[in-house]
Write a protein that binds this ligand. Structure first.
Ligand code: MTE
Length: 310
């Protein structure tokens, strides 16, 4: 369990109002090494996600690092803003509109979404386009489970995602940094890939608001901006959907955004990265093709020019 992480667990930031957990996987107060006594309110519940082999041998970043150095522009553009402001986001109740080319369109509550789902821990590498990286022990389930539940219709080629847009709760959306709401998209085969998950927690606890509570996407072989937070809409489409950073600057941020050390960002090289927490003057590490998931995902892009289709 959590004891193996060797991290300084401080739970100050993990205080979401509601614990979006599969109730059968809730263990009230039974989190072993975690200092649960210090958590106030319903978040004191921990969640027991099924352990998996993903990320064996990787040393996760600390909870403190994962929850204090964030990109979530709806709450401000400084790395410290999401931790400071994301508590304003109401995550309970929460529902996700699922529409487009699906058999069962509609508004799905978190309870609907988690019904019958097995939550797993997936320790994944996470590589931001800005050249920092982390290793994060997510809790979630495969996106394909949800898509199969709602029934994908023939003719669907892409999956589009949208983040909540709530000016009253999100101080950052007053600035037109990007064309709100934050939007992302995947090709259907990428969305159905077993590595692609919907995450509802991390470090055996519900998702902290600054990391995208109550439900976000995680696509570990792509730059972090594809992993859209606090999702309220999922739409199955025939055409490639517009995406926030691609609209902002298509040359810099492609639709695919696969981690690729060979394809420079126009303003910087992507050959190296620095692990958050490893120290300001620490050695840079080489960036891995598909962020280290080449064996699993290279076949999705077999005949594609990965420089042109970046
Ligand atoms: N999702 C939304 N809605 N808004 C954002 O600003 N930032 C993206 C991505 N998802 C972002 C978002 C970027 S640039 C990164 S690197 C990751 O979230 C950061 O995830 P983390 O803060 O959990 O590490």
């Amino acid at each position: 369990m959590a004891g193996r992480y060797k991290s300084k667990l401080t739970w100050d930031d993990v205080t979401p109002k509601s614990a979006w957990l599969n109730r059968r996987q809730l263990i009230a107060g039974g989190a072993g090494a975690l200092a649960l006594g210090s958590i106030a309110g319903p978040a004191a519940a921990s969640l027991e996600a099924q352990k998996t082999d993903y990320g064996q041998g990787l040393e996760p970043n600390t909870l403190e690092e994962i929850t204090s150095y964030n990109n979530f522009y709806e709450f401000g553009t400084d790395k410290a803003d999401p931790r400071r402001n994301a508590h304003m986001l109401t995550t309970d109740p929460w529902s996700v509109e699922i529409d487009g080319l699906v058999d069962n369109p509609g508004s799905y509550s978190m309870e609907d979404i988690l019904d019958g789902v097995t939550l797993e821990e997936r320790i994944y590498r996470f590589r931001c386009v800005e050249r920092w990286s982390m290793v994060i022990p997510w809790v979630g389930f495969e996106l394909s489970d949800l898509l199969n539940k709602v029934g994908v219709q023939a003719g669907a080629n892409y999956v589009a995602f949208e983040t909540a847009l709530r000016p009253d709760e999100m101080p950052g959306v007053k600035s037109p940094v990007i064309d709100w709401p934050y939007r992302e998209g995947l090709r259907l085969d990428e969305a159905m890939h077993p590595l692609t998950i919907m995450a509802t927690g991390l470090y055996d606890a519900p998702m902290p608001n600054q990391n995208g509570a109550p439900i976000r996407l995680v696509v570990p072989w792509k730059y972090g901006y594809k992993s859209i937070k606090s999702i309220v809409r999922i739409t199955l489409t025939e055409q490639q959907p517009p995406t926030a950073w691609n609209l902002y600057s298509p040359q810099e941020y492609g639709f695919f955004s696969n981690v690729n050390p060979e394809r420079d960002h126009p303003r910087w090289s992507q050959r190296f990265e620095r692990r958050v927490g490893s120290g300001l003057f620490s050695k840079q590490e080489p960036t891995l093709m598909f962020n280290g998931y080449e064996d699993e995902v290279a076949n999705l892009y077999q005949d594609m020019d990965l420089i042109e289709f970046h």
